[in-house]
Ligand binder design. Structure first.
Ligand code: GTP
Ligand code: MN
Ligand code: MN
Length: 364
């Protein structure tokens, strides 16, 4: 679309949180391939390798042009030897043998199918793979011991494989709003995750809930889930309590990207319109609900908007470049030995010395 861009004149910064990454870009033919290798590394428990491929892919997403030859990549950060080899092969031959053989491999396909089950992580999927299992059907057939989440995951597998549309997310937003308004008037609800970044489909729908009067949000989640359950809208839910304490979770605590908000992993029973090809009249949809105290709302908003790589890069930037520690709860400045308060995402970017990147350009 933009033929006049001189690739050598485009400056791409090294951290994803310093760049604008739109949802739609010019290099999917390369990023899809690199992301297969990233995913495969994750399946093999090689996090460093996985992140390296993901960072390389992310740089290509930020380019305002389609890569045509290796010259176009000369001044770009984060492209390791391995990524460059893969890119070169795709540019020259149209595909990469390593990527294609990975994509076809028994292990990759089985791990994808098994980790695609709600409640199943890489470790469990790997154990099942070694035992010869390949698919949700195999689990059922061999009578594997499943926990409650995994049982729901297998039961609603087909529905949960289907992408959730923005239209469906909007219907769920209305339901969640109704539920929250019924149990806590004045609460605020925000659509998070991929949909906040402008995605048209997602694997789930994420919400962040707060109340302007600090403390009012305490114990809110069980009230919401009870209301939803009474209406017959929940197929599955697991709520975890808020366990965040500034003193304990501050800089002394080992870095961990899991936050400690009151949080609910759920599966909604969503009525589907009559025009939709659905025999049952409803489908299962994964929904994540998070409750945050008002004083942490800006941090929670930033932390739950994503993308996952963008979040990871924000934390890396904070630590390595600013001697700060960022979480979905707070920002701690190690040099000044104090917590930096913020009411908006803009303030947090400013503390971090970063240009503000709007959600729609955090698709790193
Ligand atoms: P799709 O759901 O596939 O559309 O993508 P998504 O970007 O919405 O991913 P997901 O729903 O998995 O996560 C949404 C955001 O919440 C991402 O930024 C994640 O990094 C973040 N997130 C997910 N789980 C946690 C968690 O336990 N703690 C924190 N702090 N963030 C999380
Ligand atoms: Mn999501
Ligand atoms: Mn989610």
């Amino acid at each position: 679309p933009k033929p006049n861009i001189d690739p050598t004149a485009v400056l791409i910064k090294a951290y994803a949180c310093q760049r604008r990454t739109p949802l739609k870009h010019h290099n999917s033919f390369l990023t899809d391939a690199l992301e297969i290798l990233s995913q495969n590394a994750e399946y093999n428990d090689n996090e460093g390798r996985s992140v390296a491929f993901r960072r390389a892919a992310s740089v290509l997403k930020a380019l305002p042009y389609r890569v045509k030859n290796m010259e176009d990549l000369k001044s770009l950060p984060c492209l390791g030897d391995h990524s460059q080899r893969v890119i070169k092969e795709i540019l020259e031959d149209g595909s990469s043998r390593e990527v294609e053989s990975t994509r076809q491999s028994d292990q990759f396909q089985a791990m994808k199918a098994l980790t695609g089950i709600f409640g199943v992580g890489v470790r469990t999927a790997d154990r099942w793979f070694r035992e010869g299992l390949r698919s949700p059907d195999d689990l059922f057939r061999t009578g594997q011991q499943l926990n409650r989440a995994q049982q729901a995951g297998v039961q609603y597998y087909d529905d949960l494989q289907k992408p959730v549309t923005k239209a469906e997310a909007d219907v769920i937003s209305d339901i969640v709003e109704k539920a929250v308004r019924a149990v806590l008037p004045g609460a605020e609800i925000r659509l998070m995750g991929g949909f906040r970044r402008g995605k048209e489909v997602g694997h789930d729908v994420d919400f962040l809930i707060t109340h302007p009067e600090e403390g009012k949000e305490e114990g809110l989640m069980p009230k919401i889930t009870n209301w939803l359950e009474e209406q017959g809208l929940l197929l599955y839910q697991k709520t975890t309590r808020n366990s965040y304490l500034e003193k304990m979770d501050g800089p002394a605590r080992a870095p961990n990207n899991m936050d400690r908000f009151e949080r609910c992993f759920s599966i909604f029973k969503l009525q589907t319109g009559s025009e939709r090809a659905s025999v049952s009249g409803w489908r299962a949809v994964r929904v994540d609900l998070v409750v945050s105290p008002y004083s942490q709302f800006a941090f929670a908003t930033l932390g739950w908007t994503g993308s996952k790589l963008f979040e990871r890069e924000l934390r890396r930037w904070a630590g390595q470049e600013k001697h700060m520690s960022l979480s979905s709860h707070a920002l701690f400045d190690s040099k000044q030995n104090l917590y930096l308060r913020a009411k908006t995402e803009e303030e947090i970017f400013a503390y971090l010395g970063l240009e503000f990147i709007p959600p729609s350009e955090r698709n790193a």
